[in-house]
Design a protein around this ligand. Structure first.
Ligand SMILES: CC(C)(COP(=O)(O)OP(=O)(O)OC[C@H]1O[C@@H](n2cnc3c(N)ncnc32)[C@H](O)[C@@H]1OP(=O)(O)O)[C@@H](O)C(=O)NCCC(=O)NCCS
Length: 217
């Protein structure tokens, strides 16, 4: 890797991989033409997940909301989706995105949606590693977010990542300072024992460095 500037993962997309439990997925950025897919994916969510992600639980995701979620631009609003290879009818296992802060380009708000049947298999962690990798190389240094106090899963996940979780009256405020992918890999290898999910993040980041480097010539 020495001296090489990695390409971004978006330049490699789409790419396929298998999770440790054997689930095969295809990963790529979300694009404008995913509106209908995102609406169908919403239908796979439980009421709790709808409420946790969207703060309301309408029966259908409105077209305007789907349009906003798919209105990506590579730097200000970056979103990725995990879909089923060879089955375009299946809307997707999970999606994640960041919106860069208009007032401070080094900060971005993070959001996730993992379909209920596929939660706790590492999909949020995998998508996060992608947003970390490309985000870092586009100047993001801090992720933040918020979630309902009832959203134990998000708060626990954020804590596992080494983030700060602060309880307010109605929400948790979430924040996480980023370090470079190389620094995280080093820290996980030689630092204090981290959480399992942070080790997983470092493993993905290692793979992203390999995928985006030109390798030995
Ligand atoms: C929160 C959410 C994104 C986590 O996604 P995920 O793919 O299940 O997360 P991962 O498998 O990568 O990581 C699992 C970790 O998250 C936390 N977690 C996930 N579900 C949990 C639960 N039900 N209870 C406690 N902790 C939980 C734990 O830290 C867990 O680590 P462990 O499995 O080693 O104990 C997912 O539950 C989700 O999409 N929920 C609905 C929408 C939402 O809440 N979005 C977040 C607000 S933007």
């Amino acid at each position: 890797m020495s001296g090489l500037t990695p390409r971004l993962l978006r330049d490699e997309a789409p790419f396929d991989l298998a999770l440790d439990d054997g689930l095969r997925i295809s990963l790529r950025p979300i694009v404008k033409s995913d509106e209908a897919r995102v609406q169908r994916a919403y239908e796979l969510l439980s009421e709790d997940s709808r409420m946790n992600r969207f703060w309301e639980k309408p029966k259908e995701l409105s077209l305007s909301r789907a349009a906003r979620l798919t209105d990506t631009d590579d730097t200000g609003h970056v979103a990725w989706i995990a879909i089923r290879p060879d089955d375009d009818d299946f809307p997707g296992y999970a999606g994640a995105s960041f919106w860069r802060d208009a007032a401070d380009a080094s900060r971005a708000e993070l959001a996730f949606t993992v379909a209920d049947a596929w939660q706790r298999r590492g999909l949020a962690t995998l998508l996060f590693s992608i947003l970390w990798f490309d985000g870092w190389h586009c100047g993001i240094r801090h992720f933040y977010g918020s979630c309902r106090l009832k959203n134990v899963a998000m708060a626990a996940w954020w804590h596992d990542m080494g983030g700060v979780v602060e309880a307010g009256q109605r929400t948790y405020q979430l924040s996480l300072d980023l370090i470079s992918p190389e620094a995280l890999i080093h820290q996980v290898s030689y630092g204090m024992p981290p959480s399992y999910r942070l080790v997983e993040t470092a493993d993905w980041l290692r793979q992203w460095l390999e995928l985006t480097s030109d390798g030995p010539s």
